[in-house]
Design a protein around this ligand. Sequence first.
Ligand code: GUN
Length: 279
Amino acid sequence: MPQIIDGKAISAAIKDELKKEVADKNISAVLAVIQVGCDPASTVYVGSKKKACAYIGIGSESFELPEETTEEELIALVDRLNADDKINGILVQLPLPSHIDEKKIINRISPLKDVDGFHPWSVGNLCIGQEGFVSCTPAGIIELLKRSNIEIEGKECVVIGRSNIVGKPMALLLLAENGTVTICHSRTKGLKEICRRADILVAAVGKPKMVTREYVKEGATVIDVGIHRMDDGKLCGDVDFDDVSPVAGAITPVPGGVGPMTIAMLMVNCVKAASRKEN
Ligand code: GUN
């Protein structure tokens, strides 16, 4: 059986380390969390983020805005929070209602408070290997690999998915760790063959159980970013866990793999934002 990469345990360890750091260094951090509308999944995510803040000793200020909020009103709030010295991080939960341009809002957040790592400055810094905030899910995957003693240097890494939030930053981070990286997407030809070259395969496609054992080399590490609710109410990922497990060397489960790492890394970014300010 493969090594099961326990994201729940690793994220708990990171949160405990942060809790200690915040207490030891007397760090005072406040995260502003903005939700527009009442998408139930967003409400769950936002609730988990605020709970993690409370556990670590980070303050959180909630802004629950109605669905009808205008783009101008949201921009005005972001501007106010950018200018507020008590606020270290700003998180605008996505997706936003369709009448609001997400790009405009993300670009308006001060890069110094961009704890999601979505601002073009943050992405640019990542691209050229400069210090900055890194998107939480891919940063969490690097942490999962490192803490599970899975070497990246010199390894064939294949990322399926090219989103701005996961696929692209994932590829850049693996490259920064000296992996040899291939990015695949919906138009890739010979996807299975390319995936079968991977020592580390990251699936961020958004299709339930798409990655079967035909995509996986014997002994490969398989990281599953997907999360889908099936008809029977159970959760599954982009990887068919039962089919792939017998051939993988290491694999993340869903739930309990990548998911919990996103919030842990958001907390890392919040502490970083507050520490930076104090320097
Ligand atoms: N919606 C789903 N995931 C995320 C995330 O990581 N950050 C934000 N801001 N919105 C999301």
